[in-house]
Design a protein around this ligand. Structure first.
Ligand code: SF4
Ligand code: SF4
Length: 424
């Protein structure tokens, strides 16, 4: 963020407090310093040199670092703000500054690096999953040491690991009359943990007459790095992603089925602003990025010949609802599936606590929010919960009670796929 944008962003806050009720951490603690308004006051104090970003205690209670780290980065405060404060950009900027002067202990630094390295490298993530599968979901000591993670780190284990990591073909042909051509981001976590969501996405697009290209050389998009205050790493990954897709010029759209990645890709124009070679290219790339639900609604989905007889509810992934402001498209699609009875859950747009690696770094707050989310979805009596982000899928799944009558959790596109596949 250049100094002009930073100053403008900080000064835009008029302290009205309209954002307070939208903020999950403020709702949980009631502490002004855990609210968007309070955090902006702290950021402004740091910017004006009145308070240090970190103290000797690094991120202990009462420090700026502590309250910034407790922020989920969910951006629920942004749509609630009448002044248009770019809270997400401010947070990324100050987290980047915080990383530069961090006095974290060795253990915490290793944990943060280990998490980023593992989650964003499909080979390491696959190793963690295979090892975790043998020990009931917890990574055993030797593998955890190798990955730089604490012994016993929990990972969500897919029932069928091989199926979860089955790669997409480079091209999935359109069925019926052709209507378009898109590229799909395979990403990192999605590729090894939620491969079936990629396959469902390609099949649904194909059933709608869309050819799907999955560029073979692509990696992490940088979202997790950006959210953790590693902006230079994020920029490098963004440049590589743009190169892998050729700035999107060959496609009608670049399709995402992971809300966190989609939100970040839509922001590449901002991330690479002020870089002469990249600024325009990044902005053009970002303008092509669409969430799968957003794209399908814009295209007008073909009728679904099959049925899904189920009561379904929907959790708004933060970076889809607040980061991309996509809330009606997934609901429209779910409601349009023959046989689905759609029910809203209370506070559907409140963060589930996953928030990238937040659930590993702030387990107490993440646990409180996870329980609230589980209570909310169970109150609907739904048999299926749909949500459009891998972190939410995994974290909500981990929080569900065990038992036969517990709802299953899926990506919306998996339900659409069921309804289209009935005709295949
Ligand atoms: S990003 Fe989320 S947790 Fe952070 S201040 Fe905004 S609403 Fe609160
Ligand atoms: S709603 Fe916007 S202007 Fe009002 S306190 Fe929150 S961030 Fe500041």
């Amino acid at each position: 963020m250049n100094s002009h944008d930073l100053e403008k962003g900080l000064m835009a806050c008029v302290h009205c407090g309209f954002c307070l009720d939208a903020c999950p951490t403020y709702r949980a603690t009631g502490d002004e310093a855990d609210s968007p308004r309070g955090r902006i006051v702290l950021m402004r104090g740091v910017h004006e040199g009145k308070i240090p970003l970190l103290t000797e205690e690094a991120t202990g209670p009462g420090t700026v670092g502590h309250h910034l780290e407790r922020c989920l980065g969910c951006r629920a405060c942004e749509p609630a703000c009448p002044s248009g404060v770019p809270y997400g950009h401010l947070l990324e900027h100050f987290r980047d500054q915080q990383e530069a002067v961090s006095k974290r202990g060795v253990g915490e630094r290793v944990l943060r690096e280990g998490l980023l390295q593992t989650l964003t490298d499909p080979r390491k993530m696959a190793l963690a999953l295979r090892a975790g599968k043998l020990t009931g979901g917890k990574i055993p000591a030797a593998v955890a040491r190798f990955l730089g993670l604490p012994h016993g780190t929990a990972v969500p284990i897919p029932t069928d690991l091989a199926a979860a990591a089955r790669p997409l073909p480079a091209v999935t042909a359109a069925r019926g009359e052709p209507r378009g051509r898109v590229a799909l981001l395979a990403g990192c976590v999605m590729r090894v943990l939620y491969g079936p969501v990629h396959h469902a996405t390609a099949r649904v697009l194909s059933a709608n007459g869309i050819e799907v290209i999955c560029p073979p050389v692509q990696g992490c998009c940088g979202a997790l790095h950006g959210h953790q205050g590693k902006l230079e790493d994020a920029r490098q990954l963004a440049r590589k992603t743009i190169d892998a897709f050729g700035a999107g010029d060959d496609y009608d759209a670049i399709i995402l089925n992971s809300a966190g990645c989609g939100s970040f890709l839509k922001d590449y124009g901002h991330l690479l602003k002020d870089e002469p070679v990249w600024e325009k290219r990044a902005a053009r790339f970002s303008s092509k990025v669409k969430d799968i639900t957003e794209y399908l609604v814009e295209m007008g989905p073909r009728p679904m010949p099959g049925r899904v007889e189920a009561r379904v509810t929907y959790h708004d992934a933060c970076h889809l609802a607040h980061g991309q402001r996509v809330t009606s498209a997934p609901r429209l699609l779910l409601r349009s599936i023959p046989g689905v009875t759609f029910v809203e859950m209370p506070d559907s747009d409140q963060c589930c606590g996953s928030a990238g690696v937040y659930n590993y770094l702030q387990p107490d707050m993440a646990g409180v929010l996870q329980q609230k989310k589980v209570d909310a979805l169970l109150s609907t009596g739904a048999q299926i919960v749909a949500t459009g982000n891998p972190g939410c899928l995994a974290w909500i799944q981990q929080g569900l009670p065990k038992g036969a009558s517990v709802p299953t959790i899926v990506h919306p596109v998996e339900l659409l796929d069921q309804a289209y596949r009935a005709a295949a």
